[in-house]
Ligand binder design. Sequence first.
Ligand code: GDP
Ligand code: MN
Length: 384
Amino acid sequence: MRLFEYQSKKIFSQYGIPITRGRLTSVAGEAKHIAEELGGSVVIKAQVLVNGRGRAGGIRLAKNPEEAEQHALAVLGMEIKDHKVRKVLVDEAVSIAREIYVALIMDRSSRKPVLIASPEGGTYIEEFALQSPEKIIKIELDPLIGLCDYQAREIATSIDLPKQHWSEFVAILAGLWKVFWDNDATLAEINPLVISEDQRMFALDCKLLVDDNSYFRHPEFAELLDSDLLMPLDPAVRKLGISYFRLDGNIGCISNGTGLAMSIMDTLDLFGGKAANFLDLVGGANSNNVEGALSIVLEDPNVKSVLINIFGGLTHCDEAAKGIMQFLGHYKPAVPIIIRLSGTRSGEGLGLLKDSNLLIAETFVGGIQMAIAAAEGDLNEHFS
Ligand code: GDP
Ligand code: MN
């Protein structure tokens, strides 16, 4: 998961990395007031989860509050690489004397964290790296030791950083390491890290990518997801730990294991049906995961039938059945639900379902055919 700049900056600053003052808004008029508060001269920054905002016109310097409002008006609603700008960060402007690039990445080939630095940073970092690859410094780090001060000083020397900035630079890199490590990041980047005309240092743009496999350790990231951006259902889905993607068909699908979920979609397609979603409960799902998955699938108004196909392994069929019954305990679905349970504790699971009016499928293909027929309204007599 990639965090927005404003979210990343908040985290970076908690680790002592100096950032400029700023506030988020989705209203151009408010940008004017924020600019007034911040002393007039600000930068309007589009909050989108793609690279190259600056070049696309999503970063604009405003000399006064009136200009801040105009720029915010222009940037809000802009499309940057298919991402609509819904919020802008109004940040105190800095007079820049020098731009530097520093980042920590989890390098898959060396299987280590690697610190990357460049004496020149900013919007044209990619071109600079291509033209002067010898100026890009990389240091492989031992994950158990982390970043040592001597390594930070080595970087300071390599990028010709004036001595007066060394101690601050070393502290910023120490903070960057902690941001990276504590948050299970795959990337923690500052570009640009600037030295201002008045010789202060600021992280003007911060980027944090978090390893999706570490969510179980970071409940706080589920809260950070901006619900009106990208995937509206994401926070609920993330909390459940399931994989869910909405598609444009009308048959809701719930199953466990990516392979099974994909074969259901393929087989639906083969028999002329169309999946409304992909949903993988992932291994070891409990009744609450199943209950939550059902409510997420049924939130989609296009869903005309639901096929639940559980192959019991790590996931126990009776847990799944319990989840379904929990759901039915407080919600009466308007569409037919077809269930196939097979594998670990399927007998117990089917036993739990026997008094419900759910449709039980004996086979994989049988379930597929029932789901398609139900979505087309051909099974309606079962539900009168
Ligand atoms: P990116 O295009 O998404 O990387 O956006 P950045 O936040 O990195 O900003 C791009 C460029 O805009 C920076 O490299 C700076 O040159 C410029 N910029 C950003 N903030 C300021 C600022 O406060 N003052 C000035 N003068 N330039 C800025
Ligand atoms: Mn940047």
